[in-house]
Design a binder for this molecule. Structure first.
Ligand code: WTA
Length: 652
C-alpha cells in the first residue's frame, strides 16, 4: 500500500477520440458499439450462461461440465466436471480441415535463421516431445520447468506438457540461476528443459550454464533436457542431461492427448508481489483456455487470413496467453521472433512485419517509446501496409506515444487496442474491441463482455467519474488465477482481503464521464520497468544480501524510455566506503540474484533512510527525491527530519 492517504491522484486529461474505421468495423467479429453494449448487457444478466455459451462454442470438450461455476469465495472452479486437453484444442482439432497445412508458427531467430511449422508439423513435434517427457518419467500432474530462448521448441515443450497433463513453469530467459533455483524448488519440478544458449543483441546467453548452477541445489529435478540452439560449449552431467534432438529421435510421433479435468493446473508462472518471495500464480485448464481463446478472437479480431505477431517473450504471461494458447486455439498464424528489436539495426521489427505481411501487431509501450527515440526513418524504410490492427500491453501508454504508434506504424488506418490485464487475470480484461469501441489515446476503454471491474475507495464504494480509486473486479471470471502455488493463505491475503468479495488488482484507476477506464499504475510496492513487473522488495532483498549493505530501499522514478526506472537508497555496513566501484558491484550483484533487467538505474549511498516512528520506510519521500521533486506530502510522521536534507544532498 502507498503510505499516503489518497489512493491515487489523477492528472491526465485527454480529449481525443477515434471511432473504429468503417471498413474495419464492417468486417469485424463485433461490428458496432451497440453490438458490444448488447453483448455486455447479456453477459451481465447471466454471466455463467454467457461464459458457458463461449466455452461450448469456442472449445472442444471430451466431456461436458456438470456445473459452470462453483464459487466458494475466493476459490473458483469453472466448468466443473468437464474434461478437455489444451494441446488437442490448439492442434488436433485444426487437422481435419484445410488448416492442416496452414502455418501455425512462423519463427525467426536473431541471426536470421527461419522456420515455419504448419499445424500438421507442429502437432507431430508436440507428440514427439510429449513422448520424450513420458520416457523421462514425467507423469500427469508433475511440474516441468522451462528456461529457454524464444525458439519453436519452447512452444512445443509447453504444448507437450499440456498433452500429457504435466504443469509447466516457465522462467524468463533473462532471469538468473538463483531465480531458476528458487522457482524450481518452489514448484518441485521433476524435469527442466533448457537450451545450450540463446541469441540476444548479437551475443549469446548461456542458459545451460545457469541451469547447471541452479541444479546444484534442486534435488527434485531428475533430468535436464537441452535444445541445441547456439552450439556453444556446455558442461554435461551424464545420466541427468539429455539432448532434445537425441531424445525426440528415439520416440514416435503419435501420442494421444490426455483428457484432464477442467480445473487441472495448466501452468504456474511466478510474478512479483508486495513481499520478497515471488508468487507462483496457478492457472488451470478449461476456464483459462476459454478466456484466452475468446479474448484473442474478439480483441484481435482474429481471422484465418491474419498473420498475427505478439512480440512478447513467452517467459511472461503475455507470451503464454497471446503468443501460444490464444492464437493457436483459434487456428491462427502466430509469428515468433527470438531476438532484440535493434539487431542488426533498429528496423528489425519493421523488416519482420514486411517480410511476413504481419496484419496484427501486439507490443509494449516501452518498445514504442524506444522506437520513437530511434527515429521514424527506421519504420519508414519498410512497407507496413499489411498492418490492420495494433495493440499494446504491459503498462499505461502515454497519449503521445499512442499518437505516434497510430500515425507512424498504423498509417492512421489501424485501430489500437490498449489491453489491460495481469499475470493473475490470465487474459485481457479491459480493452477496446477494434470494430466497436471508439478509442481514446491512453485509455484501455471498457471491459470485455463477461468481465465486471469497478473503481472503488478503500471502503469498497464505487467512486464517481474522474475520481481516482482502486481497480477491482467484482465477479469471478474463467481465466482468473486459482491460487498461489503451495500457499492458498497468501492468495486470500494478497488478492481478496483488501475488499472482501472483490478481486484486488493492486492498480489505481479512474473512470471518465464515458465510463472509460484509465489505469494509472501500481499502488503497492510493485513497479513496472519496461513492462516487467518487479517487486521493489525483491530488489531490496537482493541488495541487502550483499555483504556491504546494511539497509536498502528501492523505489521507482519516471523514466522517458522505460516508463519507470529503479532508484536504490543504500546504507552501508561499517567498514565499507561509498564508491563508483561499489555501485557497479551492487548493480552486478542484483543482476546475478534476479536478472539484468532488475538492476537499479540509480544507486545512492546514504547514512540513514527516512522512517516513520514505527520504523516503516517512507517510500513516498524517497520517490520524490528520486524524481527530483520537492516533497509536498506529509512529513509529520518522520522520525528524523535531518535525514531528508542529507538525502537530497546525496547526489546520484
Ligand atoms: C500493468 C502483463 C496500464 C498494470 C499482462 C498491471 C497496464 C500490470 C496495462 C500487470 C495497460 C498491464 N495499461 N497498465 N494496458 N497492461 N498493465 O502481471 O499495472 O506482467 O497490474 O501482466 O501491468 O503486469 P503483468
Amino acid at each position: 500500500m502507498s503510505d499516503s492517504g489518497t489512493v491515487i491522484e489523477s492528472v491526465l486529461q485527454e480529449r481525443r477520440k477515434f471511432p473504429p474505421p468503417e471498413k474495419f468495423a464492417a468486417a469485424a467479429h463485433i461490428k458496432s458499439f451497440d453490438e458490444y453494449k448488447k453483448l455486455y448487457a447479456e453477459a451481465a444478466k447471466d454471466p455463467e450462461a454467457f461464459w458457458a455459451t463461449i466455452a461450448e462454442k469456442e472449445l472442444t470438450w471430451f466431456r461436458k461440465w456438470d456445473r459452470v461455476l462453483e464459487w466458494d469465495v475466493p476459490f473458483a472452479k469453472w466448468f466443473v466436471g468437464g474434461t478437455l486437453n489444451v494441446s488437442y484444442n490448439c492442434l488436433d482439432r485444426h487437422l481435419d480441415g484445410w488448416r492442416r497445412n496452414k502455418a501455425a508458427l512462423i519463427w525467426e531467430g536473431e541471426p536470421g535463421d527461419r522456420r515455419t511449422l504448419t499445424y500438421h508439423e507442429l502437432h507431430r513435434e508436440v507428440c514427439r516431445a510429449a513422448n520424450v517427457l513420458k520416457a523421462l518419467g514425467v507423469k500427469k500432474g508433475d511440474r516441468v520447468g522451462l528456461y529457454m530462448p524464444l525458439v519453436p521448441e519452447l512452444a512445443i515443450a509447453m504444448l507437450a506438457c499440456t498433452r500429457i497433463g504435466a504443469t509447466h513453469s516457465i522462467v524468463f530467459g533473462g532471469f538468473s540461476a538463483e531465480a531458476v533455483r528458487d522457482r524450481m524448488n518452489d514448484a518441485q519440478a521433476k524435469l527442466v528443459i533448457t537450451a545450450d544458449g540463446g541469441y540476444r543483441r548479437g551475443g549469446t546467453v548461456a542458459l545451460k550454464d545457469a541451469v547447471d548452477q541452479a541444479m546444484t541445489e534442486c534435488p527434485s529435478v531428475e533430468h535436464v533436457l537441452v535444445v541445441k540452439r547456439t552450439g556453444q560449449d556446455v558442461r554435461w552431467t551424464e545420466g541427468r542431461d539429455r539432448w532434445w534432438h537425441d531424445e525426440v529421435a528415439k520416440v514416435d510421433s503419435k501420442c494421444e492427448a490426455e483428457p484432464v479435468d477442467s480445473e487441472h493446473p495448466l501452468f504456474i508462472l511466478y510474478t512479483s508481489g508486495t513481499t520478497g518471495r515471488p508468487k507462483g500464480v496457478v492457472h488451470t485448464t478449461g476456464g483459462y483456455l476459454t478466456h484466452v481463446t475468446y479474448s484473442s478472437k474478439l480483441v484481435f479480431d482474429l481471422k484465418d487470413t491474419d498473420t498475427y505477431w505478439c512480440t512478447a517473450d513467452i517467459g511472461w504471461v503475455t507470451g503464454h496467453s497471446y503468443v501460444v494458447y490464444g492464437p493457436l486455439a483459434n487456428g491462427a498464424t502466430s509469428v515468433m521472433y527470438e531476438g532484440a528489436p535493434n539487431t542488426p539495426q533498429p528496423d528489425r521489427f519493421w523488416e519482420i512485419v514486411a517480410r511476413y505481411g504481419v496484419t496484427i501487431l501486439y507490443t509494449a509501450p516501452t518498445l514504442i517509446r524506444t522506437v520513437i527515440k530511434w527515429g521514424a526513418q527506421w519504420p519508414e524504410k519498410h512497407d507496413l501496409s499489411s498492418l490492420r490492427l495494433l495493440g499494446t500491453v504491459g503498462e499505461p501508454i502515454n497519449p503521445e506515444a499512442w499518437m505516434w504508434y497510430h500515425g507512424k506504424i498504423g498509417g492512421e488506418r489501424c485501430p489500437i487496442v490498449d489491453t489491460w490485464w495481469q499475470t493473475e487475470t490470465g487474459g485481457i480484461m479491459i480493452s477496446p474491441l477494434p470494430g466497436a469501441t471508439p478509442t481514446k489515446p491512453g485509455s484501455g476503454t471498457l471491459p470485455l463482455p463477461g468481465i465486471f471491474p469497478d473503481v472503488v475507495d478503500r471502503e469498497g464504494n464505487s467512486v464517481g467519474p474522474n475520481q481516482g480509486g482502486l481497480l477491482v473486479v467484482r465477479k469471478p471470471w474463467p481465466g482468473m488465477l486459482r491460487t498461489i502455488y503451495g500457499d492458498p493463505d497468501r492468495y486470500v491475503k494478497q488478492y481478496w482481503s483488501e475488499l472482501p468479495g472483490n478481486y484486488f488488482t493492486g492498480d489505481g484507476a479512474r473512470r471518465d464521464e464515458d465510463g472509460y477506464y484509465w489505469v494509472m499504475g501500481r499502488i503497492d510496492d510493485v513497479v513496472n520497468v519496461s513492462g516487467h513487473r518487479l517487486g521493489t522488495m525483491e530488489v531490496e532483498s537482493a541488495l541487502v544480501a550483499h555483504r556491504s549493505v546494511a539497509e536498502a530501499a528501492v523505489v521507482d522514478r519516471p523514466d522517458e524510455l522505460k516508463g519507470q526506472a529503479l532508484a536504490a537508497f543504500v546504507t552501508l555496513e561499517g567498514g565499507y566506503q561509498a564508491s563508483e566501484d561499489l555501485k557497479k558491484e551492487l548493480r552486478d550483484h542484483v543482476a546475478k540474484e534476479i536478472g539484468a533487467f532488475a538492476k537499479p538505474d540509480d544507486i545512492r549511498f546514504t547514512d540513514a533512510l527516512p522512517k516513520t516512528r514505527s520504523g516503516k520506510i517512507m517510500r513516498r519521500l524517497l520517490r520524490d527525491i528520486a524524481a527530483g521533486r520537492d516533497s509536498a506530502g506529509d512529513t509529520t510522521t518522520l522520525e528524523d527530519y535531518t535525514v531528508l536534507a542529507r538525502l537530497r544532498e546525496s547526489e546520484e
